[in-house]
Ligand binder design. Structure first.
Ligand SMILES: Nc1ncnc2c1ncn2[C@@H]1O[C@H](COP(=O)(O)OP(=O)(O)OP(=O)(O)O)[C@@H](O)[C@H]1O
Ligand SMILES: O=P(O)(O)OC[C@H]1O[C@H](OP(=O)(O)OP(=O)(O)O)[C@H](O)[C@@H]1O
Length: 281
């Protein structure tokens, strides 16, 4: 199986990191290469531009690809989405000068819209029944309304800083995007693809969880169990020859702060909190 991943840009590192955490260690790192082997002799990683990955997968150069939903939509290729990996989150928005007269999509009728995503823009305007002229640019889209190249833009926003410094306001959201695992429809039932989905999912599942270990007096066990909103209840083990038990549980990261002090209050001691690498449900 070949996995196409971004070769540079903001998606490169988090994607390599995710594969590594899933146990798919790359041979000799990911630096400056077109492809790399992994610990699994049947899995190769191909490095490609984020925008080219849908094409690689569609053409069969790779069975699966990891890239932004915006890129897949822009490619127009019908790929199967297997997992939302929930990073590279951004919105594709219609934006126009703050002090201009474009306040709704309807106001763009008969106007020029610059974008790096001409296919998405075109189908958005078709859906809305708006007759706008879409002009493709390859970067610095936010500049175009200021040099009278365009009246509005469709571009990526995340924190909103770029739009703000260019005095542009969001008129409408066109697409909400994040990084996803995509596959050619014909390979979705391939066991190797299923193995990859499970491995990546297990990393995602573990990210917001923590493993808790503690000792507790046996007579306090019910109170301890009440405090822990664990996944299917805690594991309880006898500590040799005493009235103490060892309790292990998986809890949501956001609950740890409160749970630890509640456990202490009901008599638990030696409480350890650790990260979990992978959680296969
Ligand atoms: N500001 C942002 N915040 C979050 N995600 C973003 C942001 N900008 C882009 N992305 C996501 O990252 C993807 C790749 O963008 P990035 O800017 O890293 O690559 P690129 O510059 O398009 O790559 P290349 O130079 O190869 O063309 C986008 O398609 C989008 O899904
Ligand atoms: O809302 P913000 O957090 O400001 O992010 C939005 C900006 O991020 C991306 O550009 P990037 O920084 O990747 O530059 P590039 O498109 O020139 O590569 C995108 O094209 C926007 O310009």
């Amino acid at each position: 199986m070949r996995i196409a991943v971004p070769n540079k840009g903001r998606l490169h590192e988090p994607t390599i990191d995710l594969l590594e955490r899933a146990g798919l260690h790359l041979d000799n790192g990911a630096e400056r290469k077109l492809y790399a082997g992994t610990v699994d002799p049947d899995v190769t990683v191909l490095f490609a531009r984020a925008a080219d990955i849908p094409e690689y997968v569609r053409d069969g150069a790779a069975e699966v690809g990891i890239t932004g939903l915006d890129q897949v939509r822009e490619s127009g290729h019908r790929l199967a989405e297997l997992l939302d990996l929930e990073y590279g989150k951004c919105r594709l928005v219609l934006a126009a000068p703050e002090d201009g007269d474009i306040e709704s999509v309807e106001d763009v009728s008969g106007k020029i819209v610059a974008t790096e995503f001409p296919h998405i823009a075109q189908s958005y305007f078709e859906r809305q029944g708006i007759d706008a002229e879409v002009v493709e640019v390859t970067g610095a889209t936010e500049l175009t309304p200021h040099v009278e190249m365009a009246d509005a833009i469709i571009d990526i926003t995340s924190t909103g800083t770029t739009l703000r410094v260019n005095r542009l306001a969001v008129v409408d959201e066109v697409l909400s995007s994040s990084v996803r695992l995509f596959a050619r429809p014909e390979v979705v039932d391939d066991p190797k693809v299923a193995q990859l989905v499970m491995a990546l999912e297990s990393v995602r599942s573990a990210e917001d969880k923590r493993y808790l270990m503690m000792n507790a007096p046996r007579e306090k066990l019910d109170e301890v169990k009440e405090v822990i909103p664990g996944l299917g209840g805690p594991t309880v083990m006898d500590v040799a020859g005493g009235d103490t038990v060892a309790v292990h549980a998986v809890v949501n990261e956001r609950d740890v702060f409160e749970v630890v002090s509640d456990l202490k209050n009901v008599g638990a001691s030696g409480i350890l909190v650790t990260e979990i690498e992978r959680l296969v449900k």
